[in-house]
Design a protein around this ligand. Sequence first.
Ligand SMILES: [Zn+2]
Length: 304
Amino acid sequence: MQGTLGVSLRPCTSLLHATLSHKTSSPSLANFGQRVVLACALEGRNRNRYENIRFRIASGHKVWPHGDVERTLGFGVRRPLVVVAARRNMLAELQSIKEEADAAGPLEFDSPLEVILYPDPRLRAKNKFIKVFDDKLQQLVNEMLDVMYKTDGVGLAAPQVGVNVRLMVYNPSGERGSGKEYVLVNPRIVKYGKSRDLFDEGCLSFPVLERGPNQSLTIEAEVERPKSVRIDAQDIKGKKFSINLKDFQARIFQHEYDHLEGILYFDRMTPEVLDTIRPELEKLEKLYEERTGQPSPERISERR
Ligand SMILES: [Zn+2]
């Protein structure tokens, strides 16, 4: 990145830590505009001095007062340095700070994996970022794919097998060997399409308990979602990539992504649609209570 003085500059994580800890009176990080200007020296030898610099964040370009930089960094000559970081880069840096703070520990799971059912509280628990891309992660992915194909699913998120990490697998064809298999680690949505549509969704964590003839395996009902999304994610080796998804793929992805956020598909149903599946959800709550001897952690009857 080029500073306004023609000096080659780049942002760094420590800079952002310092920015956050300084609780600047300037517009908050949440509100920064198209461009964020952080003024400080970013040469390697000065990095550990950032903590002493009063950072300013503003929308638009801003030049750091010469005196401050000179005094803080102890430069003998006037050497103001300005960093203009694009908003996207800043968001990426903030994301990496968040990920470090919410990093998962070593993966732990029992084989074979089992799909947990609503209202198991692990479906609502916080899901951590995966930072270690090892054989254990590969094993978890392999077993999740096995479970997904075995249960006739097209997608599965790690919390659905009781592992609270940000990982999902899916294959729109639902059959091993056909279609394309996706493994998305630490995915996030960077853009939603404007148009939306309705679709009958089911979920492996919501089986129909007493199926009548011709009834589907899972509780199905209509959910409205954007028809397309752009996502950033990492692959099984940790390599970052971006993809655009639309239609059925975007639908599957958003359903699984919701699981990573602790959101369940019925949370997104209109009250009228939700009414059509209330009895089935109550059956699952009752089954949970019978199996665990614990009261259901959530009750659909308390929700409008
Ligand atoms: Zn689901």
